[in-house]
Write a protein that binds this ligand. Sequence first.
Ligand SMILES: Nc1ncnc2c1ncn2[C@@H]1O[C@H](COP(=O)(O)OP(=O)(O)OP(=O)(O)O)[C@@H](O)[C@H]1O
Length: 286
Amino acid sequence: MTAAEPPLLRVRNLVAGYPKQAGIFGGTKIVPAIHDINVEIGRGETLAFVGESGSGKSTTGRAVLRLLPVASGSIEFEGQDITHWGKRTPLEYRKDVQAIFQDPSASLNPRHLISHSIELPLRRHGMTSKKEIRRKLEWAMDMVGLQRDHLNRFPNELSGGQQQRVAIARALVLDPKLVVCDEAVSALDLSTQGQIINLLADLQEETGASYLFIAHDLGLVRHIADRVGVMNQGRLVELGETEQIFSNPQDDYTKRLLKATPASTPLGRDARRAERQRARLDLAAA
Ligand SMILES: Nc1ncnc2c1ncn2[C@@H]1O[C@H](COP(=O)(O)OP(=O)(O)OP(=O)(O)O)[C@@H](O)[C@H]1O
């Protein structure tokens, strides 16, 4: 980022929440679930949100995806104010900002072949050439480590980890600039979690996408995040470099949260890359 270039995402004093009917004649009002959130995400950066259940992590993710109304404050993407886009959010933003959610089986239509599920967003965003689409589908399968033959299967013919790889392929096939990963590996068993986390990190190196990574598991967060934001009761109580948060937390709530979670090995970007390389070699040797 040059001095003049804005961050990819900038959230300022954001208050957002859920619409509620305010009475027969009252229209709707917003019941805030997050308060005064200030955060930026740089290009190619992974920012993680941690915090207890109900602390507002997913709500912040949904606000960034422009799925929730904003009561006050602002959201900027590449320097453009997108605070009030709501339902009329331009298709271009829907392409640039993708999401991967917890339950891949719920996000894939059981009656659609995998090829159809990945093809749909490509067509929606204007790709019509059959040849070009086929090339993209095959590229996506290679990218997430699935066989091309998986394109001709239905979701229930794949394992949970394979389904999540399809969800990742579908999100990344549009070359997004930001991916909101909301508990993207929580439903998977431990070894599959590790594989998917490593895959996400590898893909980030390749594509340069930024991640907003929402998770309960502090071990995973320490592994993948460049910076961490700690949420409590709808507020961002601490924000900093991952290692600083884990080794020298300032906020009392962060200290309590870390105490309640077993420590994990600290890793920088280079160490993470080396560890992934080792894991791949182990996998190949197995
Ligand atoms: N659809 C909804 N309608 C109204 N309120 C909601 C809705 N979804 C969440 N909330 C409220 O917003 C607050 C924040 O919830 P949110 O889902 O963002 O928390 P979270 O930190 O992501 O929790 P979890 O880790 O359990 O997913 C909670 O008080 C919750 O009750």
